[in-house]
Write a protein that binds this ligand. Structure first.
Ligand SMILES: NC(=O)C1=CN([C@@H]2O[C@H](COP(=O)(O)OP(=O)(O)OC[C@H]3O[C@@H](n4cnc5c(N)ncnc54)[C@H](O)[C@@H]3O)[C@@H](O)[C@H]2O)[C@@H](O)CC1
Ligand SMILES: Nc1ncnc2c1ncn2[C@@H]1O[C@H](COP(=O)(O)OP(=O)(O)O)[C@@H](O)[C@H]1O
Ligand SMILES: [K+]
Length: 512
């Protein structure tokens, strides 16, 4: 859960990487002249207030801050001073070398020494804490945590694991990469994180999101122009964005006004994929959906989705004229769910890629067919939306899943850039990129790891594309709506029994 201070100007949530965050910091301090100590004071004050809120009654409670020698450590030391002045019993432990302290951190040490605030000399003393402040590393972490630092991180985690102390991470849990959310060596597990200025990508990407606990984003006085000049390129939708981005309905309109989606999907014994995709496209407001599928699916689709227009084919002899007419008719095309990789399906994919002039979403077997037939890349239209899960992405890019996971935003962005497409890299935190900007989807839950869930997503994206949304927005916004519908379904049905059809059903609670 993320608590952001209300933004005055920005729509969507901004997610900074370490370079962008440092740029905001440096610009505020060096160009605008805001003293570093002022920012540090506000950061520490905001953290101290959150700590008091979490501790509720601070009487008899003890807080110990574990600090590095960088400015993250400086924040931690200032937290100890502020808590002390608030009457909270507090102490500090230096995990870093004081001789290497930054000027701001050295100043904080000096003040604590002048105030005679107790300093812990051994990690064993951490067991006396009711709350540990993790201020070893922030956005300045550059390499794996090892040696004494690793032992310190482990000591903090031990205190938490035995239920002795709660842990508050300052800015980001120490050991979590600000850019990728990966654990560099080892990392602190926090109950909550107080982060400054803006969310960081490492706080929302897994496993960083699990290490961060509840995240509070605090305004510490970075001016808006400092954020603007940093050119943050990663965003996330939030609930308030739904009304802003949803295609508008007009009283003076008809079904032709909201676009026509062609769903090329399904095969013998795979009727569900076309049903899910087609139904989801209807549910996001498009005017007409045509399903292009094998003749064996005729009756079941008509029964399950009588609203759909049907074009069926004989898979032993696909009539490409029928396919051509269907493509001509459409305002957007969804290609691939449940299609199989049979030779006739390869022909359908090849024909569609070559002749489709409207926005296209390629999913599931559409992706597998391209992965298995490299020459098809030549006919993929620019800005086509690809929706691979990690396995499909591995087939498409020949990159092992483990390697992709080291930096999912980079994997997604580079794939999109290299191929001139929009990539929707589906995972617990789906990433969407056009090769330049990235969206990280913050909605959704593990109940959605269920058959057909991806078919629903491709239908939603196709539905928004038909309503003239630009492909990047349709892809990112589609993921957000899909996840919110999954969250609403989970709330009422729980995670275990959640089915793809529930996601479709709950869509109408999200977009109305
Ligand atoms: N300018 C300021 O005064 C502000 C600083 N802020 C805080 O400052 C933090 C960033 O401070 P810094 O840039 O000093 O960076 P950090 O305090 O995150 O730490 C960087 C230091 O640790 C070293 N280091 C990196 N990885 C290491 C590893 N694995 N093992 C051992 N040493 C390692 C680096 O060489 C560097 O000396 C933010 O996260 C935030 O908490 C905020 O309070 C905002 C204002
Ligand atoms: N743990 C999770 N948290 C959030 N979303 C998830 C999670 N697991 C799966 N999803 C979402 O569910 C969908 C699954 O898609 P996909 O793997 O293609 O399923 P299928 O092939 O069964 O249709 C994706 O949109 C993915 O982001
Ligand atoms: K930290």
């Amino acid at each position: 859960m993320y608590y952001c201070y209300r933004k005055k100007r920005y729509i969507m949530i901004y997610l900074a990487n370490s370079r962008e965050m440092k740029s905001i910091d440096t610009y505020s301090i060096e160009t605008l002249g805001i003293p570093s100590a002022v920012l540090m004071e506000r950061a520490a004050y905001a953290t101290a207030v959150r700590i008091c809120e979490v501790l509720k009654d601070t009487e008899g409670k003890k807080v110990i801050a574990v600090c590095g020698s960088g400015n993250n450590g400086g924040d931690g030391l200032a937290v100890v001073r502020i808590l002390t002045t608030m009457g909270v019993s507090s102490a500090w432990y230096m995990a870093g070398d004081t001789a290497k302290a930054t000027k701001e951190t050295a100043l904080q040490i000096k003040i604590l020494e002048n105030m005679k605030v107790p300093r812990c000399r051994s990690l064993d003393e951490l067991t006396q804490a009711d709350l540990i402040v993790d201020a070893i590393f922030g956005i300045g972490l550059t390499r794996p945590v090892e040696g004494n630092f690793a032992r310190t991180v482990e000591a903090i985690n031990r205190c938490r694991a035995i239920g002795r102390a709660a842990v508050c991470a300052v800015d980001i849990p120490s050991g979590i990469s600000t850019d990728t959310g990966q654990v560099l060596g080892c990392a602190v597990e926090a109950d909550f994180t107080v982060t400054f200025g803006t969310l960081k990508t490492g706080l929302v990407l897994y496993p960083g999101a699990c290490h961060s606990g509840q995240v509070f984003v605090e305004n510490i006085g970075f001016p808006i122009e400092a954020t603007d000049q940093a050119r943050i390129h990663t965003f996330a939708f939030e609930k308030e964005d739904i009304v802003r981005y949803l295609p508008k309905r007009q009283a003076y309109s008809n079904k032709g006004s909201y676009g026509r989606v062609l769903v090329i999907a399904g095969s013998k014994n795979m009727a569900g994929a076309c049903f899910f995709s087609a139904r989801a496209a209807y549910n996001c407001g498009c005017g007409l959906v045509r399903v292009f599928t094998v003749q064996e699916n005729h009756d079941v689709i008509l029964e399950k989705l009588p609203e759909a227009v049907l074009t069926t084919y004989d898979s032993t002899l696909v009539d490409m004229d029928l396919l051509d007419q269907a493509i001509e008719w459409a305002d957007s095309v969804v290609l691939g769910p449940g299609l199989t990789c049979a030779p006739y399906a390869v022909n359908i994919v090849a024909y569609t890629l070559k002749h489709c002039k409207v926005p296209l979403v390629i999913d599931a077997d559409g992706l597998n067919i391209i992965a298995g037939n490299g020459s098809l890349w030549d006919s993929v239209p620019q800005n086509t939306v690809f929706t691979p899960h990690l396995g499909e992405m591995s087939r498409l890019s020949s990159m092992p899943v483990g390697q992709m996971c080291l930096d999912l935003p980079k994997t997604c962005r580079e794939f999109a850039k290299n191929h001139g497409i929009i990539c929707v890299l589906k995972d617990a935190r789906t990433i969407v990129s056009d090769g330049a900007n990235c969206f990280i989807n913050l909605s959704g839950n593990d109940g959605m790891a269920t058959g057909g869930s991806g078919d629903v997503l491709s239908g939603i994206i196709g539905g928004f594309l038909a309503q003239k949304m630009d492909p990047l927005t349709a892809a990112a916004f589609g993921c957000f709506v899909h996840g919110l519908a999954g969250d609403a379904a989970r709330k009422e049905k729980g995670a275990y029994g959640l089915l793809a059809s529930d996601i479709i059903q709950y869509m109408s609670k999200i977009i109305r």
